[in-house]
Design a protein around this ligand. Structure first.
Ligand code: IPE
Ligand code: IPE
Ligand code: MG
Length: 273
């Protein structure tokens, strides 16, 4: 958190936002559905490619800010299993952009002590993309700062199917205990705590097959801002909004009691506690 404050100029709007954040209640893990690149480009009369390129700036800003805040993990939805439905030219260009991003950003990721990790059906990617990803993961594997998970050729349902398959294979015909912990331990995200906050840009109110299992109790934040326009300030605003939420996990909230004078009991004719 201090690293972020050190990087901001006093009086800057982002500094005011950062100072309003409670450092004791930061989300440990943020997940983002980076959406709206195409619309951003269209509004400017440009090709979709321009939107994807511009989106890289937001990726950079968000990674840097999460590292400066001292968060544990950031998971970015970069390509879904459904995105293969797009024109081949767009898909190929996305692979090219991803490879360029990794080549250009690797030194900076190293400098910021960031660990890069990819989740998804990576074996189905073009071989050079898989290779570059593996190399970047290996190079950053001993970094101890923020872990950035890139969801590539990722589908939440596919992930659950893969986890169950792995569990069954492991059992080799003998009976195997299938419980929530066992499934979690076989997801691509095994060992990574679930996201606390899920952000989606571009205003779409849906999860589009992202982290279906892991977002069971994530706080959702949807902004109309298109991904290429999403800035450090927007991220700080999302975190501030998150800090206003009362995460009850099915219970009764922070103080363990209903917030009002037990109206529920009154309605039922039960004496209030
Ligand atoms: C998100 O932007 C990036 C990817 C899915 C790769 P889109 O490309 O989905 O942009 P819109 O939603 O069409 O505006
Ligand atoms: C979700 O965005 C996938 C990524 C951001 C990579 P989409 O643009 O593919 O989602 P839909 O089609 O609007 O649901
Ligand atoms: Mg989209």
């Amino acid at each position: 958190m201090q690293a972020l404050l050190d990087a901001l100029k006093p009086g800057q709007e982002d500094e005011t936002l950062a100072r309003a954040i409670d450092p004791r209640r930061l989300p440990a893990h943020i997940a983002i559905i980076m959406d709206g690149n195409g619309r951003w480009a269209k509004r400017r009369g440009q090709l979709r490619l321009a939107g994807h390129k511009a989106g890289m700036r937001s990726v950079r800003a968000v990674i840097e800010t999460c590292a400066q805040l001292g968060l544990n993990a950031l998971t970015l939805y970069a390509f879904s299993v459904e995105n293969w439905k797009r024109p081949r030219t767009e898909v190929e260009m996305l692979w090219r952009l991803l490879r360029t991003y990794m080549r250009l950003e690797l030194p900076e990721l190293m400098r910021q002590n960031i660990r890069l990790y990819a989740i998804g059906r990576l074996e189905a990617l073009p071989p050079q993309v898989t290779e570059d990803l593996k190399e970047a993961m290996a190079q950053t594997s001993t970094n101890t700062g923020l872990q950035v998970n890139l969801a590539i050729n990722y589908g939440g349902r596919a992930e659950i199917v893969d986890a169950v398959k792995a569990l069954v294979e492991e059992s080799r015909g003998s009976t195997v205990e299938i419980d929530e912990a066992a499934i979690s331990a076989h997801l691509y995200t095994a060992g990574i705590p679930d996201p606390d906050l899920l952000i989606r840009t571009s205003g779409e109110m849906r999860v589009s097959n992202f982290l279906l299992w892991q977002i069971a109790y994530a706080e959702l934040y949807v902004t109309e801002t298109l991904w290429p326009d999403f800035t450090r300030g927007d991220l700080l605003r999302a975190i501030l909004d998150y800090q206003k939420r009362d995460r009850r996990f099915g219970g009764l909230g922070a103080n363990g009691r209903p917030p009002v004078d037990d109206r529920f009991s009154e309605t039922l004719g039960i004496p209030a506690r």
